[in-house]
Design a protein around this ligand. Structure first.
Ligand code: ADP
Ligand code: MG
Length: 388
């Protein structure tokens, strides 16, 4: 069931559209992250949801009820708002800090005290901390109190506008974990503004990407990673993550193709015949059991042709290979950096199972960056064993 529904929301300041036809339906228990460049309309949208701002046009409904027609106190009971980086009130006890909003909502003292005890338990701090002042707590403890303060008024929907924007990455991560955990345990619905894609990917069930007042893409983190709507979204995600966002293809073995090979015991004539048929200038060499031993190029074969030597005698044993269960993202850079056109893939017992070609890897990187379309022409580069 839809908890919050925004339809054709617009907010115009002077001539500029701060928010331009914003539409979103949010279900109970969702964690929505807004992300976008500065000035893209995130804060303006949040403030309209809480009716701190009134939209130029469009509607916002909670459980089907138009918020512009709701009693403001009733609305505040349903929606909480946490503004950018606000700390605790230094002159108030922890109890009073936690129950700031319940007091504004005119809860009885008894109910407020109950709530304060319940909330401080959630962050595993002792109850007697409720009588302390913020300065008596560590920075980390104060941050955690700040999070439970946001949840203390039992509102269904919590709006947070870059709450962790100014924090160091480690503090940030621990508070993200706390927020996500409490959100799930308490069954709250969150709308959370961030400028940090990692934060959005960690927290969100759905991400709303904003640019110039417009929604560029609204989707699950997974779909955003796999199918970014345009270059702007790609730039927000970053190339690194795009390459990693292909869980369906993870190991080198999954992209390996058949290798052309010879055995150590074969004659140079046989090897040359194989090269000719398969139109390659290099062969991988295995023993009779299929274990990778080396490679041989057409130049070596020419050099030793007619000497009666076998492939095993003249092959180059200095061969670079990858294991079939290596993770692609760990190997792709190494392979591309070395400049190999292709690299043999082996199993745990060093049996040759195939090759990965540079062309395959390059295609994968292109797919990840640009999707299936707009792929540059494939280079016809499927021959084997061409080391270095
Ligand atoms: P964000 O939170 O995504 O950084 P905002 O919602 O704060 O963006 O702002 C969206 C746009 O609206 C910006 O271009 C901003 O300059 C403009 N804006 C915001 N508040 C006002 C205001 N009170 N008067 C005029 N323009 C405003
Ligand atoms: Mg803002």
């Amino acid at each position: 069931m839809v908890l919050l529904k925004m339809s054709h929301l617009n907010k115009i300041y002077g001539g500029t559209k701060a928010v331009d036809d914003f539409n979103l339906e949010i279900e109970k228990g969702e964690f929505i992250c807004f992300i976008g460049t500065s000035g893209s309309g995130k804060t303006t949208t949040m403030r309209m949801i809480n009716r701190m701002l009134h939209q130029t046009s469009g509607t916002i409904e909670i459980n089907g009820e138009d918020i512009s027609k709701m009693d403001p106190v009733k609305l505040r009971r349903k929606i909480g708002y946490v503004i950018q980086n606000i700390g605790l009130m230094p002159h108030m006890t922890i109890r009073d800090n936690i129950t700031l909003v319940p007091r504004l909502l005119k809860w009885s003292e008894e109910k407020r005290n109950e709530k304060a005890k319940e909330m401080i338990k959630l962050v595993e701090l002792p109850e007697d901390y409720l009588d302390r002042y913020p300065a008596e707590l560590s920075g980390g403890q104060q941050q955690r109190i700040g999070v439970i303060r946001a949840l203390a008024a039992d509102q269904d929907i919590i709006l947070m506008d870059e709450p962790f924007g100014a924090l160091d990455p480690i503090t940030r991560e621990s508070l993200q974990d706390l927020v996500k955990d409490l959100q799930e345990r308490l069954g709250k619905t969150f709308i959370f503004v961030t400028h940090d894609m990692d934060e959005a990917l960690t927290l969100a069930t759905k991400i709303v990407i904003m640019s110039h007042g417009k929604q560029v893409q609204v989707d699950t983190p997974d779909n955003i990673l796999r199918h970014p709507a345009n270059e702007f979204v790609e730039s927000l995600i970053g190339q690194e993550r795009l390459i990693q966002a292909r869980p369906s293809i993870t190991t080198v073995g999954q992209v390996a193709t058949k290798a052309v090979s010879a055995r150590e015991s074969q004659t140079l004539k046989e090897a040359l015949g194989e090269m000719h048929t398969k139109r390659v200038d290099t062969l991988l060499v295995t023993d009779d059991a299929g274990v990778l031993r080396g490679f041989v190029g057409i130049e070596q074969i020419n050099q030793f042709y007619g000497t009666g030597k076998k492939i095993g005698d003249i092959m180059d044993k200095n061969i670079f290979y990858v294991k079939e269960d290596s993770v692609i993202r760990d190997t792709v850079e190494r392979i591309l950096k070395r400049g190999f056109k292709n690299v043999p893939v082996i199993d745990h017992d060093h049996h040759l199972v195939g090759i990965v070609t540079r062309a395959t890897l390059v295609d994968m990187v292109y797919d990840a960056l640009w999707g299936e379309s707009d792929k540059p022409e494939k280079s016809d580069d499927t021959e084997v064993g061409d080391q270095a």
